[in-house]
Design a protein around this ligand. Structure first.
Ligand code: GDP
Length: 443
């Protein structure tokens, strides 16, 4: 996410911060570089120009230039102004007072509507809400079955009708009615898309909107399409009226310009970000946290939320008890690694840890999967006694386990070191309950 931009901005600000005192010329030069980096990341030129002008005006104040750490003051201003650009409107979903709340997803073909519908259903369920997915894309034959498959996987009901003998408005009307009868909290409508915006599509969406009376109309846009995403947002908003945006494929090597410009240009707030193909690859949007991530300051709050989602309360309590009684064993260790994996890929997790942004790029994409499989094979090759009391693992036992799991004794040694390290850190964590120790677990 924003890799190039983050690299450039951190480079510029590191140089600035390394200077003791700053002159107006230093700030001018740095901001000219910032402006160039924003334009290279495909940020709308007016947005980039206004941003730089605002940062400059604030940075030239005497309280900045004469402070002890002017470079850091400038970074603070940049963070605040970046947050400002990314903000605007309400970033949360607004449910209706009557059941069900209706959420309509619109967007071009391939932007990620169907995937996002399923992701939203999963996220809402994690927050204690029930929902139904309504398959209202009758033109693309695979769309209905794609939604049905996702619904089955997530155990979320899907409402659909035979495309030949129904119409889009009929499906939507009946689907919302089904949600009402079943007392569900949300009805999520997956509408049809096109490769390009055309009149027929817009007309169809206006008709659906008239029937469904949605509380939320979210445009799903592909961050990788850059300024085209901003133009699409403008057109959809003019014609259909939007309450928010879902910016998908933020995990790709998108230059990020769309996310940075879209709210400024259109006035429509981003509500979610798609960060992966899997159904749990959806993040709530927080402007200040995103600004921190862009400036490589990490995003500890999102990290902690992910950890809470991945490890349920009961599991966490049980682990804490085991630490206190020092009975944390290799079975628990394996479970723990699997929970971390549920939070996303290791490189995504590392992006959120302050100062770790650079490391995340050095990891090969399959690092986590292979690593976890190897650990699993090793632990499965141990006897119950060995898993409970890893300290009995002498040389001959280690050789036997290596043979059984298709690994080497060095792999076993490495795993034992990681295990001991984790035991130590977790013991500290359970004692201090300090989020900083949680962060150290991943380092
Ligand atoms: P639709 O035509 O708008 O319904 O688009 P789909 O939901 O079928 O998605 C199109 C493609 O984009 C699929 O291959 C999805 O897996 C992929 N996709 C959707 N959202 C994301 C995301 O946030 N990240 C990544 N990497 N891929 C995504």
């Amino acid at each position: 996410m924003f890799e190039n931009l983050t690299d450039k901005l951190t480079g510029i600000f590191n140089r600035l911060s390394s200077k003791g005192r700053l002159t107006e010329k230093d700030i001018d030069e740095a901001l000219a570089q910032v402006r160039r980096s924003l334009l290279e990341a495909d940020v709308n030129f007016r947005v980039a120009r206004d941003f730089v002008a605002k940062v400059k005006e604030r940075s030239l104040g005497a309280d900045v230039l004469e402070s002890l750490s002017p470079g850091q003051q400038v970074v603070k201003i940049v963070h605040e102004e970046l947050t400002e650009i990314l903000s605007g409107g309400d970033h949360r979903l607004t449910p209706s007072s009557q059941l069900p709340s209706v959420l309509m997803l619109v967007g071009l073909q391939g932007s990620g509507k169907t995937t996002t519908a399923a992701k939203l259903a999963l996220q809402l369920r994690r927050q204690g809400h029930s929902s139904i997915l309504i398959a209202a894309d009758l033109r693309r034959p695979a769309a209905i079955s794609q939604l049905q498959t996702l619904g089955r996987q997530l155990e979320v009901p899907v409402y659909s009708e035979e495309p030949q003998s129904s119409t889009v408005t009929q499906v939507v009307k009946n689907g919302v009615e089904r949600a009402r009868q079943q007392g569900l909290t949300w009805a999520i409508i997956d509408t049809g898309g096109r490769l390009h915006i055309d009149d027929e599509l817009m007309q169809e969406l206006e008709d659906v909107k008239a029937v469904a009376q949605p509380h939320e109309t979210l445009l799903v846009v592909d961050a990788m399409t850059g300024q085209d995403a901003v133009n699409a947002a403008q057109e959809f908003n003019d014609r259909v009226g939007l309450t928010g945006l879902v910016m998908t494929k933020m995990d790709g090597d998108a230059r990020g310009g769309a996310a940075l410009s879209v709210t400024r240009v259109t006035g429509v707030p981003i509500k979610f970000m798609g960060v992966g193909e899997r159904s749990d690859g959806l993040e709530a949007y927080h402007p200040d946290r995103l600004a921190s991530r862009i400036l490589a300051m990490g995003d500890v709050l999102t990290l902690i939320e992910k950890a809470q989602e991945a490890v349920d309360e009961k599991q966490a309590k049980e682990l804490e008890r085991k630490f206190r009684q020092a009975t944390f064993d290799l079975e628990d260790f394996l479970e723990q690694i699997q929970s971390v994996k549920k939070m996303g890929s290791l490189s995504q997790i590392m992006e959120m840890i302050p100062g770790m942004n650079n490391m995340s790029r050095k990891m090969p994409a399959d690092f986590d999967d292979n690593q976890i499989k190897r650990v699993e094979a090793i632990i499965r090759s141990m006897t119950a006694e060995e898993r409970r009391r890893p300290d009995i693992l002498n040389g001959s036992r280690r050789r036997r386990i290596a043979r059984g799991s298709g690994t080497t004794p060095q792999d076993i040694n490495r795993l034992m070191n990681q295990f001991k390290q984790t035991q130590k850190l977790m013991r500290q964590f359970s004692r201090t309950r300090n989020p900083k120790s949680l962060m150290r677990m991943f380092q």
